[in-house]
Ligand binder design. Structure first.
Ligand SMILES: Nc1ncnc2c1ncn2[C@@H]1O[C@H](COP(=O)(O)OP(=O)(O)OP(=O)(O)O)[C@@H](O)[C@H]1O
Ligand SMILES: [Mg+2]
Length: 406
């Protein structure tokens, strides 16, 4: 085996971030609006040389953070998109079989002369084996994102996206990389990072990640932004929607997120909705205009039904009360239609009972800025469903020993 000399890990280089506020400023310049917690995590990552693990619902800017970090620092972005059944050959490296075969063909005569004088098959195999290292050398190595990040001559940002989709076996491969910033290739030795990459892992929480992986990372749960930040993001995207309407829209989307939807609308969907309404020349947000365009933000039929039901109440929190008065029932929240149920759920979820006379919409809006207010349904069953068990079979697949072409 030709062991590769191990290069020493460079001490933490100058990070380019002077303070948390500086992180916020530099990201804002690149169009990414980071809050204090997120900016602190990035600041610490740069100073402690630790990977960051971002967990959270779809569309809250996890992937975008890595892209923006690359833009801010002027580093190249290397991305490993994870999926079920993925093995090391797409994550770490594989041997370039086509190239090895081509060389073998072209050197047929040379190889023939190597074995010409051998008396039997066993000694012919021995003669070829003695030359094996020529075929398992760096020339025939096809690095994939993880090894590429370690070997890169330039500092890079390494994005390991949606790591929860990969099998647990791949996590084990990541551990060596994240702890030591090194990758072992049995035939060549150990490659150690010349420049420490900024590593960002993202997860949609479709399964629990191992404690060992979490321990190696700065962990941050990225939730939907508060109303003010989401409004700022919409402003920064120059959607063309008047500010007052954008503010109203943000409130309405936040109301939709409180419904039991399979896929709650994300930031990018709020932005799309704002653009749609601007293009249609909306001058006010009525339940009709919003219902006609709700398919921009809601992608499942069942969700659409719930959205259409809820929109009148979200546009005008007093609509239900008015309805009650018109109907003359006078029994407030007790008749249990769908929209009332939601109002009650939200009230209970935040430990607030909604009084008989109080318009529940106002309470719901107030409650949206409380942390830790969501149950599981908040994240949509699609992306945040129950933890998926990884079968032994899947693990074995990802761990399948690297195939050698010869
Ligand atoms: N803080 C932010 N500042 C500016 N834009 C943002 C911010 N957060 C999200 N966005 C916008 O939302 C879009 C969706 O974000 P992104 O693709 O990063 O989400 P995600 O969390 O990776 O979602 P998924 O889990 O579905 O991959 C981005 O393209 C970006 O335009
Ligand atoms: Mg993403």
């Amino acid at each position: 085996m030709n062991a590769q000399p191990v290069e020493p890990i460079e001490p933490a280089a100058h990070t380019g971030f002077e303070s948390v506020a500086d992180v916020i400023d530099q990201f804002t310049d690149q169009g990414y609006l980071a809050d204090e917690r997120l900016a602190t995590t990035v600041f610490l990552q740069a100073h402690l040389d630790k990977p960051v693990l971002l967990e959270g619902p779809a569309g809250v800017g996890k992937t975008q953070l890595a892209k923006s970090l690359a833009a801010v620092t002027g580093r190249k972005l290397l991305r490993l998109q994870c999926y079920e059944g993925q093995d090391e050959t797409t994550a770490l490296y594989e041997w370039d079989y086509g190239r090895q075969l081509l060389y073998t063909q072209l050197m047929r005569e040379k190889i023939g002369s190597l074995v010409a004088d051998t008396p039997d098959l066993a000694s012919a195999v021995d003669a070829i084996a003695a030359e094996e290292s020529a075929f398992f050398s760096e020339r025939f190595l096809a690095p994939r994102p993880l090894l590429e990040a370690i070997r890169s001559e330039e500092p890079v940002v390494l994005l390991i996206d949606e790591v929860d989709r990969a099998d647990e076996a791949l996590e084990a491969v990541l551990l060596e990389l994240l702890a030591e910033y090194q990758v072992s290739v049995p035939e060549l030795g150990t490659f150690t990072a010349v420049h420490l990459p900024y590593v960002i892992l993202t997860s949609n929480n479709s399964r629990d990640l191992s404690a060992a992986l979490k321990r190696r990372c700065l962990h941050l749960f990225l939730d939907y932004p508060d109303a003010e930040r989401e409004l700022e993001i919409i402003r920064s995207k120059k959607t063309g929607l008047a500010d007052e309407l954008a503010r109203q829209l943000v409130d309405i989307v936040r109301g939709l997120r409180e419904l039991d939807l399979r896929k709650a609308p994300s930031i990018s969907e709020t932005v799309d909705w704002a653009r749609t309404l601007a293009v249609l020349g909306a001058e006010e947000l009525t339940a009709e205009t919003l219902s006609a365009t709700a398919n921009v933000v809601v992608k499942y039929d069942r969700d659409l039904k719930r959205t259409l039901e809820a929109l009148p109440r979200l546009v005008d929190p007093n609509a239900d009360l008015d309805q009650d008065h018109e109907h003359g029932h006078g029994h407030g929240h007790s008749h249990g239609d769908h929209s009332h149920e939601n109002g009650k759920q939200n009230g209970h979820a935040n430990g607030q009972e909604i009084g008989q006379g109080e318009p529940d919409g106002a309470a719901v809006r107030r409650s949206k800025d409380l942390p830790g207010r969501h149950d599981e349904a908040y994240y949509g069953t699609g992306s945040m469903g129950p933890a998926r068990k990884v079968s032994a079979d899947q693990g074995a697949r990802a761990f399948a020993s690297r195939r050698r072409p010869f």
